[in-house]
Design a protein around this ligand. Structure first.
Ligand code: MG
Ligand code: MG
Length: 272
C-alpha cells in the first residue's frame, strides 16, 4: 500500500483482491435484498437478512456501529435519500427504497447501493432511478488512468443534466475506499473535469450519485441520520466501488465486475 497525491491510498493487487471479496459480499447481499423487497416487509427485516448474508459469507457489516449507526444497511424510503435507519417501517406498494450496504473482508471494504421500486411506481420515479443508475455508470466509465477524480464528477453531472431537471445532492459525495470505508478523496457528483487527485492503478473509489425529483437541498431528521429532501421530493441512490487495473476498470461490487455495462460504454474491462 502506498500513499500518493494528497493522501490517496493506493492498493496492491493482493489488497484489491480482498476488496473484490468484500465487494462480492456486498453485491450478492444487495441482490438478495432486491428479491425480498415487497409490500409488507419492514426495513428492519431487510436489515436482518443483510446482516445474516454478510456474516454468513465470513464478512463483517461495516455500517453496524459506524459512528453509532445501528443497522447493517441504510434503508431510505421515498423522500429519504440516504442514511435511513432500518427499523419498524413497513414498505407499501408504490414506495421506493434505497438500500446501501457495506462489508469488510480481511480489513478491506466494499460499499454499494441500489434503489428498488415496491411494485408499481409512477413513470417519473422509474425514470429517476434509471437516470441515477446510469449517471453512476457514466461516472465510473469516465475514470481512466492518467485522468483526474473530477472527470467522474463531471460525467455524472453532464449525464444527469442531459436527462432532465433533477436535484443533485451536493452535501454528500462519493469517496475513496479501502482500509476504511470513507477515505480521501471526495468524489462529488458535479463539477468541472480535470481536478483533484490523479487516477492511477490501485486507486479505489465509491461513485454514488444521489438525485431527487426536486430540490438538491436536504435536511437531517431528528434521528441525526436520515437525510430527506428539503422539498419532500423522492430520491434515488446508486453506488458501486471500482478500481483501475493495468487492463481497465473493475467494478468490485458488481457481480460481473461491471463487464457488461463497461463493454456497452466502450470501456476496457479490467477484472481478473
Ligand atoms: Mg454506501
Ligand atoms: Mg459510499
Amino acid at each position: 500500500m502506498g500513499l500518493l497525491d494528497r493522501g490517496v491510498e493506493i492498493k496492491t493487487p493482493e489488497q484489491i483482491d480482498l476488496m473484490r471479496k468484500a465487494g462480492l459480499v456486498v453485491g450478492s447481499t444487495l441482490e438478495l435484498l432486491r428479491g425480498h423487497v415487497r409490500a409488507g416487509i419492514s426495513t428492519g427485516e431487510l436489515d436482518a437478512i443483510a446482516e445474516d448474508s454478510i456474516r454468513g459469507s465470513g464478512a463483517t457489516p461495516s455500517f453496524k456501529g459506524y459512528h453509532g449507526f445501528p443497522g447493517s444497511i441504510c434503508a431510505s424510503v421515498n423522500d429519504e435519500v440516504v442514511h435511513g435507519i432500518p427499523g419498524g417501517r413497513t414498505l407499501a406498494e408504490g414506495d421506493v427504497i434505497s438500500i446501501d450496504c457495506g462489508a469488510i473482508v480481511g480489513g478491506w471494504h466494499g460499499d454499494a447501493a441500489i434503489t428498488v421500486a415496491v411494485g408499481a411506481v409512477p413513470p417519473e420515479v422509474t425514470e429517476l432511478m434509471r437516470v441515477t443508475e446510469q449517471a453512476m455508470w457514466r461516472g465510473i466509465a469516465a475514470a481512466r488512468r492518467g485522468g483526474r477524480v473530477t472527470d467522474i464528477s463531471h460525467a455524472v453531472e453532464r449525464y444527469v443534466r442531459d436527462q432532465g431537471s433533477y436535484g443533485i445532492l451536493e452535501d454528500y459525495t462519493g469517496h475513496g475506499i479501502g482500509s476504511e470505508m470513507h477515505m480521501a478523496p471526495n468524489v462529488p457528483n458535479y463539477g468541472r473535469p480535470g481536478k483533484g487527485p490523479k487516477l492511477v492503478e490501485g486507486i479505489a473509489l465509491a461513485v454514488e450519485p444521489m438525485l431527487t425529483l426536486g430540490s438538491k437541498r436536504t435536511d437531517v431528521l431528528e434521528d441525526d441520520w436520515t437525510v430527506v429532501s428539503e422539498d419532500g421530493s423522492w430520491g434515488a441512490h446508486f453506488e458501486h466501488t471500482f478500481t483501475l487495473t493495468p487492463t481497465g476498470t473493475w467494478v468490485l461490487t458488481a457481480l460481473d465486475g461491471g463487464e457488461a455495462v463497461l463493454t456497452e460504454l466502450g470501456v476496457p474491462f479490467g477484472g481478473r
